[in-house]
Design a protein around this ligand. Structure first.
Ligand code: NAD
Ligand code: WQD
Length: 336
């Protein structure tokens, strides 16, 4: 019996493979490698001693995906595969709707045909939109999203809620991630963005390792304690373990949205200082104009995950920084 992990060669998927294997699961990965690395899966096999069947296929391909369900006895699916760059989604909305919705629709069709009804989906705090008060509580529902990436996640949540209503055996968790950072403590796998990183932590790590000259801090006069934006950063291994907890939650049927965050906001300047103090590496930075679309601050109300899944983030900001640096300094060019 295996868990199918779509997008398992990507950042969060690869870390979740380790958490699943640690919890005693067998895993099967499908990934088209459009933004992932087969090397990540190979390294996880080395680290864990487990063989991980790997299919380099498009999750939206009906014939190829149904063959995976035919080849393996799949008991649950974690669906990470998709496109995730906010800025790119504004330029290529058709790609984002096609890939993110197309993979999900094909996946749930193949699952139903194979009689598999347990699904954990990678959603995002972005579905709360720009108007929700902080901290974000699941009960607010979805807000008005400001880019095609976020809208695709909100649309998928709606699709999966409708799917769950149509057949009583579905158990679907919509996990709304806040800001995952860090790496497995081995330093063997980590975040390896292609091109210029969009996100703060990988950009900072690449500055620290000398791949980029300086960090630009987007905006210094936000209505926050130090003027820079605040986010809820959580360790990717805590996030990974949240997926195992969701998979093991047999109490609910239907479809449930659950925040995965720490519940505490951290500013950009605090992030820089935390990184510098644990690594002794200075991060040159300048404060520049605000980035379009950034919200001043948001963080999770993380109580539902604790109550429903018995999950809460346990790794500190220092561990996030230590593990990021361990990965980046051992792998300055990522998997290449
Ligand atoms: P990632 O890009 O590292 O991983 C996604 C993986 O999916 C990649 O390996 C890519 O090759 C694969 N993929 C893309 N399209 C595919 C397709 N059609 N068929 C098969 N494989 C395909 O991203 P990540 O950071 O690991 O994010 C995983 C999921 O979590 C995504 O759905 C993302 O939207 C969501 N999410 C990420 C964050 C974040 O900050 N990283 C926050 C909230 C939600
Ligand atoms: C964090 C903070 C930036 C880079 C994005 C998506 C969101 C989710 C997670 C998927 C912000 C600042 C950043 C830099 C900076 N992804 N920053 N200099 O924007 O909170 O969330 O990733 O679902 O949907 O929007 O994360 O890491 O890009 O930014 O000052 O070079 O760091 O302004 O305040 P964000 P981020």
């Amino acid at each position: 019996m295996s868990i199918l992990v779509t997008g398992g060669a990507g950042y969060i998927g690869s870390h979740t493979l380790i958490a699943l294997i640690d919890a005693g699961y067998r895993c099967v990965v499908v990934d088209d490698l459009s933004n992932g690395s087969a090397e990540a899966v190979r390294r996880i096999e080395m680290l864990t001693g487990e063989r991980i069947p790997f299919y380099q296929i498009d999750v939206a391909d009906p014939l190829l995906l149904s063959k995976v369900f035919y080849d393996h006895l799949i008991t649950g699916v974690i669906h990470f595969a998709g496109l995730k760059a906010v800025g790119e989604s504004v330029e290529k909305p058709i790609d984002y709707y096609q890939v993110n919705l197309g993979t999900t629709l094909n996946l749930v069709r193949c699952m139903a045909e194979a009689g598999v009804f347990k699904l954990v989906f990678s959603s995002s705090a972005t579905v709360y939109g720009s108007e929700a008060p902080v901290p974000y509580v699941e009960g607010y529902g979805r807000g008005i999203t400001s880019n095609p990436y976020g809208t695709s996640k909100a649309m998928i949540e709606q699709v999966l809620e409708d799917v769950a209503k149509s057949e009583s055996r579905w158990q679907i968790s919509l996990l709304r991630y806040f800001n995952p950072i860090g790496a497995h403590s081995s330093g063997v796998i980590g975040e390896d963005p292609q091109g210029v990183p969009n996100n703060l932590m990988p950009f900072m790590a690449q500055v620290a390792v000398g791949r980029r000259a300086a960090l630009q801090v987007f905006g210094g006069d936000y209505p926050t304690p130090d003027g820079t934006c605040r986010r809820d950063y959580l360790h990717v291994m805590d996030l990974a373990e949240g997926h195992v907890a969701a998979l093991e939650n047999n109490h609910h049927l239907g479809c449930d949205a659950i925040n995965l965050g720490t519940g505490s906001p951290v500013s950009v300047l605090e992030m820089i200082h935390a990184f510098e103090s644990v690594t002794n590496v200075q991060i040159p930075f300048t404060i520049v104009d605000k980035r379009a679309g950034d919200l001043p601050e948001f963080w999770a109300d993380a109580s539902k995950a604790k109550q429903l899944l018995g999950w809460q983030a346990k790794r500190s900001l220092e561990e996030m920084m230590i593990d990021t640096w361990n990965w980046q300094s051992k792998n300055p060019d990522g998997y290449r």
